[in-house]
Design a protein around this ligand. Sequence first.
Ligand code: GLC
Length: 493
Amino acid sequence: MYPRSFADGNGDGVGDLIGLRRRLDHLAELGVDAVWLSPFYRSPMADFGYDVADHTDVDPLFGTLDDFDALLADAHARGIRVLVDLVPNHTSDQHPWFRDPAKRDWYIRRDGAPDTPPNNWRAAFGDYPAWTWDEASGQWYLHLFLPQQPDLDWANPEVEAAMHDVMRFWLDRGVDGFRIDVVHGIGKDPALPDDPPEVGGLPHATVNDDPRTHPFIRRMRALADSYDGDRVLVGEVYLLDTRKVVAYYGDGDELHLAFNFPPLYTAWDAGKWRRQIERAEAEHNAVGGWPTWVLSNHDNVRHCTRYGSEACARAAAVLLLTLRGTPFVYQGDELGLEDAEVPADRVVDPGGRDGCRAPIPWDGSADHGWPDGEPWLPFPAGADTRNVATLRTDEGSILHLYRRLLAVRRGSPALRTGTWRALDAPDGVLAYERRSQDGADRRVVIVNFGDAAATVPLDGRWRIDVEAADPTATGAYEGSISGSNALLLSTGE
Ligand code: GLC
């Protein structure tokens, strides 16, 4: 969830914790198990909260710590777990640590001449070096992101201890875990070697993969495990190679879950998706890691926009929620939202990610449930009808498709934890079977990536659990099934 764009409780045009708390029933009805909240901490908002100036307080824009406690209690009362975002790689340049001359060695600094950065690393969000000259210290400091986001030096044990204190602060408050920002970035080679030419000017944040990171994650894991209940660590490992990603599961002693982004960047194509899934299956099985699946988030163009139609978005929902692993749904996916068209004079994000961060339309009224004024970004197209209130009343809507898929998933051992196996299918169609460990629950999923009807052979008699085009559809099939939809089937006697 991107709190800034979810729901506005105080009418200032920016989503906040009170607004989010009031809308928890939407999440409960949808059937989510847990929410991950993007940062709501004190921040100058150069990177909309990923530039943290105080890790243990709520920015006034989003509310107060009391609002957070109330939100957490209400979420827990509905059986919804809450993960907060831990941003360990960098802080804001306004963080007291960065402003304290006694803590200069908490950040990665290098001496040198003011016209020659210490190495060739590039920052994210623009074509510039990952180094900024700091007049005050007469040194360079490293920032894998904006100059306002200096990188912490995890080689300094005080930094690690301080970040553990941050984790304890939120774990003590009762959070169920963390999504850890750029976690593959925290360990760095102190020799700071140049990125090789084949990296070709890519941001260093997309290639940093240093073995020094793993002990840091192991100790974060040990800290999380020392708490009662289930506390989960989900890492953003932004390395676009699944083999590298799975290394961050360690020996079952690092991340519980790691985002695997290559599928997100895969075109809507049956053959390409099959290869991504088989790759993910093989790589995760090799390390005993549990896969994750994500199609959209606050950093990327929404998949409804990328795939180009609601029909594809519906089929993609069937795919996302029936693969083996933990699916992540980005707020608004369940409405089939597309990116908003943001006019040039309203673009505010230095990374140009405004479109996917548009506010959620709650109803068909003029303000779409964002009272007293204009939200910080324009609404996505079609908000008059593509909004929560309108889609709720339509049993055939994509919102109900998500609900049904999640409900079936919850009740199916095969879908929750069963094996995955590809089935024969014609070109353009991906078919697979999920089977529970004891074999008692079997589900077949058929995803037609194109618009033309195709026929898929079926072994035995199957009944429809959920059909993408019409989530209310029922029926049974024997021998084969034809159509242009995505379907989830179960063995039906
Ligand atoms: C992650 C976040 C992104 C942020 C960046 C820097 O990639 O998802 O939103 O800008 O880290 O913290």
